[in-house]
Design a protein around this ligand. Sequence first.
Ligand SMILES: Cc1ncc(COP(=O)(O)O)c(C=O)c1O
Length: 390
Amino acid sequence: MASRFDELIDRKNTGSVKYDLAAILGMPEDILPLWVADMDFKSPDCVVEALIKRCRSGVFGYSDSGPDYFDALKTWFANEHCFMVEPDWLVKTPGVVYAVNIAIRSLTFESEGVLIQEPVYYPFAEAIRNNNRKLSVSELCYKNGRYSIDFKDFEEKILNDNVRMFILCSPHNPVGRVWTRDELLEVGEICHKHGVIVVSDEIHMDFVFPGHKHLVFSSVKPEFMQNTIICTAPTKTFNLAGLQVSNIFIPNKDLRRAYKNELSKSGHSQIGIMALTACKAAYLGGKQWLAELNEYLLDNLNFMCDFLHTEIPEVKPVAPEGTYLVWLDFNELLLSEEALEELIVKKARLWLDKGTMFGKGGSGFQRVNIACPRVILEEALSRLKKTIRG
Ligand SMILES: Cc1ncc(COP(=O)(O)O)c(C=O)c1O
């Protein structure tokens, strides 16, 4: 049976970063983009309708959210993630990357280190470097096709690099891990012991495959609440990245005061009214749509894994537990970084994200975005097979 997510939407000439930047960035014209983390799907009807209704009012003066906005968030996080939020904790920012930058500037000094677990979403390292903090890296361990945390190294990095903040990616982009309670507990306890603030980027929290469960970091142990900043957003979940809104929860009032102070110094005041409208509508009415989407993504994932297994077994997907980004291991092909890039971009004409963007541990890997209609994924895999077999 056809799914609404099978619809092919022409995103060219819409200002899409994914589809309209190829020529500008020196990519072949006919490249198939499966890189940046947005989806080739329409947002839920409830969102589109709410935006049209708001548009029809024709008045777009300075606006902010009311209690109904917070109620929509509160219900979503309580029902979907057993995460009970309070109105005071909420700070809205125009994106999670923006929020991470503000956290670094407001809660650490230039002499202090900020820790990340590579391979990881590359704007974290950029934010640390751009704000002149010391970049501290604890590499994730890759063994038997799965990533895990080296807790000893994690603690040593905190001590050796004068670490004051840790940026957790949960679920983890790009390696697709959904961290277990034990892992979060151990990480949290180490951070708590050394007075390290945890910025927990949970933007992918609504994409978890069967058999796994996302746990909001601060709900793992009550003590974690006071040194944690939880970053959430409706933008990945409901494909609203171009609207730019994120909801950051900071239970500790001193951290929140410092954070808001820095936000205000950056010149930020309100979030755009369209973003607020879409966010509220999505959290109120998007549950069924999301359930269908997650089924579709699971089918895409299974389709891709089966295809690789039978047709190109040298390319190994790192079993994803969450997110719609899959980390592909090309190391069996024994290619240099340049040769792998040439194979993917020039020969297969696929635009993925090359592994080394996420840290040196990403060598030999590529990240693929499977949030697209099945035919696009089929085309991508067939191009890859033809190139590797050819
Ligand atoms: C882990 C992670 N954090 C943040 C973002 C971007 O968030 P925003 O667009 O709200 O800045 C992404 C997008 O891919 C992501 O994967």
